[in-house]
Design a protein around this ligand. Sequence first.
Ligand code: FES
Length: 148
Amino acid sequence: MPEHRFQVNGKPVAVDVDEATPLLFVLRNDLGLKGAKLGCGSGHCGACTVIVDGNPVNACTAPMWSMNGVSVETVEGAGRDAVFDAFLDAQAAQCGYCIPGILMSARALLQRDPPASADEVVAHLAERHICRCGTHRRILDAIEAARQ
Ligand code: FES
């Protein structure tokens, strides 16, 4: 099987997997990083979102052939920042399954130059993420707090 070399949370990684293997499976099964979750497995729910070269990506539909040389950031590597603290303060998580993906999407958006507006945050999350518990208001409140 081909070897794939890339970075995860700032550290170089090499894995031997089929080139069609989704990044999510490598993160969870080969690298032991369980923060990104498997939800729909088809790029619709956003539970698997990680940051690849600064952009939010659905790891469930990102094949390993496209990962060579990239830099991947997962929720484990992102650490505690203003966005994380805002989610805690707003009690944005209910069951919490979707939260790692939404956190990474929010981080990627707010790190842009210029950072996303409130309307852009809503539009971005609406097309990429589902919270089945329905805590959308608290999630948006948290991101709004982190934006300021
Ligand atoms: Fe990847 Fe749903 S698990 S988008």
